[in-house]
Design a protein. Sequence first.
Length: 457
Amino acid sequence: MWGGRFAGGPAAVMRAINASIAVDKRLWREDIAASRAHAAMLGAQGILSGEDAAAIGRGLAKVADEIGAGKLVEDPALEDIHMHVEHRLTELIGPAAGRLHTARSRNDQVATDFKLWVRGAIDEALAGIDALEDVLLVRADEHADTVMPGFTHLQSGQPVTLGHHLLAYREMLVRDKSRFADARKRMNECPLGSAALAGTGFPVDRTATARALGFERPNANSIDAVSDRDFAIDYLHAAALTALHLSRLAEEIVLWASQPFGFVRLPDAWSTGSSIMPNKRNPDAAELVRGHSARIVGDLVALLILLKGLPLAYAKDLQDDKPPLFDAHDLLGLSLAAMAGMIADLDFVPERMRAAAAAGHATATDLADWLARVADVPFREAHNIAGRAVVAAEQAGKPLDGLSLAQLQAIDGRITKHALSCLSVEASVASRTSAGGTAPARVREAIAAARAARSDR
């Protein structure tokens, strides 16, 4: 490929460190698609003869069939998937294959192939998030009335509904989808035709190749086009945040499945056992999702550090831009699928959730709110009164709603019998009717709005 400048071949170690076919062979579909678009444009512009352009197109289709059938023969001497495709094309059609690289460089070729791949990875991520969102909406609908503790500091704070809790993760996923969608829109410019870094003197039609490959437009600057990897960082950033959200949900499943919580029972399909303890049912799928998030965040950091010291334009360091992307893509796909499967199959235990919601005097805020709303007590004073009621309940060994009216009035005479109706966990969640609140009616409205938004897309 570049032997005319060199009298000798590379050292064995140089050959090994320079080869990337083991990694970038995943780009074969994108490489062939971009090469076919490039050859068609060269033919349309009269840069190649119609005969050569047609032969290249037919040959590339044949190469695609062969690789798709698993017949790619890897040769480290050919370095990467791009040269493997061109080498096989030469074997199939002869010298005309050497004209394919007219008016392009491997720099713009690689950047184009990689963008195409990342664009497809974004589409896969969006589909995976959609699937998980659908499952969350189904389970939230089933449990719009199911009472559970709402935690702060992992301490029981106020009662909420399980449906509301699950919808909180749906909101995270909506933001995740917006980040992926923004990344896709921002990256949708085609580098092909930028050549090595300065553009080309051939009369290429960059708009034609951009449109043929589904891009909105060509890149505006040839130097930026071949050196830019912002699109890869955008993908990894969105993937890392999505993985972070999945990890938080996975951690809750791990906690909920533990015996002290007992909020869920794990199905066999999403559990493993112990090699020594026959009683164990381990939440390994959730733990692996939690663990995968660390690797995906690491992939983001790896690419950020890879790029931070590179001057313009292309440098061979960029050969190492693909492993982090491929790793994150694979792990994110597995994590989304595993989480969707787990949430769909989890056996929730409402009675354990309700009992936990009633513990810890979680309706103390409702008593303070009643005093402020009905008895016109300043909230800071109402907060103090409710706190003294909690102390009284603890000393009596009762839940807050187990105190008698006389016991409550001994703390503050402004408390009436009407306050007692506010102190059950069911009354608490039903009262939280503000926009975005946990009241079952609001949960069902939120589910309906989410489904309507999905159907309008």
